[in-house]
Design a binder for this molecule. Sequence first.
Ligand SMILES: CC(C)(COP(=O)(O)OP(=O)(O)OC[C@H]1O[C@@H](n2cnc3c(N)ncnc32)[C@H](O)[C@@H]1OP(=O)(O)O)[C@@H](O)C(=O)NCCC(=O)NCCS
Length: 139
Amino acid sequence: MVREALNQDFNRINEIGLLIKDNFSTVYKIDEAVKNDYTHIYVYEEDNKVLGFIHIEDHFEITDVINIAVDKDSQGKGIGKKLLQYVIDNTKAEKLMLEVKENNIPAIKLYESMGFKQIHMRPNYYEGNINALIMERSI
Ligand SMILES: CC(C)(COP(=O)(O)OP(=O)(O)OC[C@H]1O[C@@H](n2cnc3c(N)ncnc32)[C@H](O)[C@@H]1OP(=O)(O)O)[C@@H](O)C(=O)NCCC(=O)NCCS
């Protein structure tokens, strides 16, 4: 099931977040982030174990997907889709937007499978001259 993250989930989220960045916990400070009214972190839990999370920010008509990650051993089982679908079902925004590294094929495939379309490309946005794709999906 997908539910709002609780304080007790933060260590596990920081652990899964290592798949995104090796300094995830210091960059995203999720314990601070959830104090904002516009930030939400949802987790996917199965048998009392958190297997993935999604971090979003609501900005009026747009919800930004900041991060999504699924535990390595649980990838490819539809959990990423469930997390995104939960956001789609619960946001009051008109569209979702996100930014993804051009070479992150699993993430791009997930977003495409959920109806996201590329609308811009930011050249050399990431370290190592990696382009960023900006993708969006209407609700
Ligand atoms: C991106 C990520 C969240 C996907 O989560 P997931 O639970 O494995 O994805 P799902 O099982 O829900 O798959 C969703 C779709 O993406 C596709 N997909 C997922 N992983 C894929 C891969 N490695 N290669 C190709 N396609 C892939 C699936 O085929 C599926 O499409 P379908 O329904 O049409 O078959 C996961 O790979 C991850 O945590 N990556 C590391 C963190 C990251 O890079 N996050 C994104 C940037 S913040």
